[in-house]
Design a protein around this ligand. Structure first.
Ligand SMILES: *Cc1c(COP(=O)(O)O)cnc(C)c1O
Length: 421
């Protein structure tokens, strides 16, 4: 990850010192490298050359408008899981026909909004949703292009909270029930079945689960075609992992090559829906040390970013690399410490039992690989304003979402009329 590197003793995002951004924007803040975003997209685009395939960026990993627009301008479509994300994709200039709408619990009103906007494909995840969508499309007098998301019952080997392709997960329709679902969809007048979809999990660090899942879906596609269905598209989902600690995830090129090989001869147009892999390593969270509190067994470094800013460590037991923004001397002694936030929760930590060069109040730290499922999962717990988001491109940087003021946060609320003022 060369987009974040020490230069002259200071951590830089491309050509901009993080310290300079902190001085202008305050801490904590998220910082994204446009160069790293473009590089990751370029690897996908390169790998997909020669394949009949399209890329729909999974907005839920990072739905900052500038990030969406950067990918949209490069030709990406969008994978959305809510109408809010649809509006973001449209606001960023992504054409509706390049939007794929996924999700296990879409409401009738949301399906209507998606059809009215002209969304290109709806991935249906249940028999009940087939009926709701058919009714909604009928009311609007349109035909909905759908795939059915199947659950290939494959263990993706990732954290239990981000595996999605096993029988006991809520996502998709079991393979054994899929033929019935397709048969049902085929009879519903306002639906047009265009293909099949899967998404087996997130942060996958090997390709074997993809291979195994595709083999199962491939067999199903043959059956479905024999049943008389048109299966023109195969939506592979997302899930390719990134480096947080010492993982060795497959290259994007290898991933696409394996998918291409396993689907060869099917004659399906492929859809890739990467999220994390496009943005995760392209973003960092920068925070300032408030104070250092030595304890009996270890030292607590209390910083101004907390679990409300980045919940991954406590939600997924995720490990994020942490580096001082000012480059430590090579011979600097390390201390064993927990990097924690100021929130009144024991789960409020960014890292535990880390050996880091001694930090002192006022110093900046950088939390790496925070571009995916970071800012989007943030909350304002403890009335902490959402951390701003900054994009760097070469020597330039811009705030792409400012930090709200406390006044703005409070003024969004209303007192009941009986309370007076
Ligand atoms: C979350 C999600 C993705 C993206 O997953 P990543 O692990 O971020 O690549 C893609 N498709 C669907 C349906 C999803 O729910």
């Amino acid at each position: 990850m060369t987009s974040f590197a020490y230069k002259d003793g200071e951590m830089h995002a491309e050509g901009v010192a993080l310290k300079a951004i902190a001085q202008q924007v305050g801490t904590p803040f998220y910082c994204y490298s446009a160069e790293a975003l473009r590089a990751a997209f370029g690897e996908f685009a390169g790998g997909m050359k020669g394949l009949n395939a399209s890329l729909c960026y999974a907005l839920k990993a990072n739905s900052n408008l500038a990030v969406i627009k950067l990918f949209g301008d490069l030709g990406a479509g969008a994978d959305i899981v809510s109408v809010g994300e649809m509006q973001r994709a449209l606001a960023a200039g992504i054409p509706a026909r390049r939007i794929v709408y996924s999700g296990v619990g879409k409401k009738a009103g949301e399906l209507a909004a998606a059809l009215q906007a002209g969304v290109g494909q709806i991935n249906v995840e249940s028999s009940a949703e087939l009926e709701t969508l058919n009714a909604v499309a009928g009311q609007l007098g349109v035909k909905a292009d759908i795939t059915i998301r199947v659950n290939p019952d494959i263990d993706a080997g990732t954290h239990e909270k981000i595996t999605t392709g096993r029988k006991e997960n809520k996502f998709g329709i079991d393979l054994d029930l899929a033929r019935d679902a397709f048969a049902k969809a085929g009879k519903l007048a306002n639906l047009r079945v265009v293909g099949i979809a899967m998404h087996i999990g997130s942060q996958l660090t090997t390709l074997d689960p993809y291979r195994a899942a595709i083999v199962r879906v491939r067999d199903l596609i043959q059956q479905l075609r024999a049943d008389g269905h048109r299966i023109d598209r195969f939506d592979i989902g997302g899930g390719l992992g990134i480096v947080y600690a010492d993982e060795q995830p497959p290259s994007i090129a290898d991933f696409i090559q394996v998918v291409g090989k396993e689907t060869a001869g099917l004659g399906c147009e492929l859809t890739f829906e990467p999220g994390r892999r496009l943005v995760g390593e392209a973003g960092v969270l920068v925070s300032e040390v408030i104070l250092v509190k030595p304890g009996v067994s270890k030292t607590f470094v209390i910083v101004d970013a907390a679990m409300n800013d980045l919940i991954r460590p406590t939600l997924y037991e995720a490990w994020h690399d942490i580096l001082p923004v000012r480059q430590p001397r090579p011979d600097a002694a390390t201390i064993r410490c927990d990097i924690v936030g100021p929130i009144c929760e024991s789960g409020d930590y960014l890292a535990q039992n880390r050996d880091l060069p001694a930090l002192s109040a006022g110093e900046l730290i950088m939390v790496r690989s925070a571009g995916a499922y970071g800012a989007v999962m943030a909350s304002s717990y403890n009335s902490r304003p959402l951390a701003p988001e900054v994009m760097v491109d070469g020597m330039r940087f811009a705030v792409t979402r400012p930090r709200p003021t406390i006044e703005e946060m409070i003024s969004a609320e209303r007192l009941p009329p009986w309370m007076g003022n």
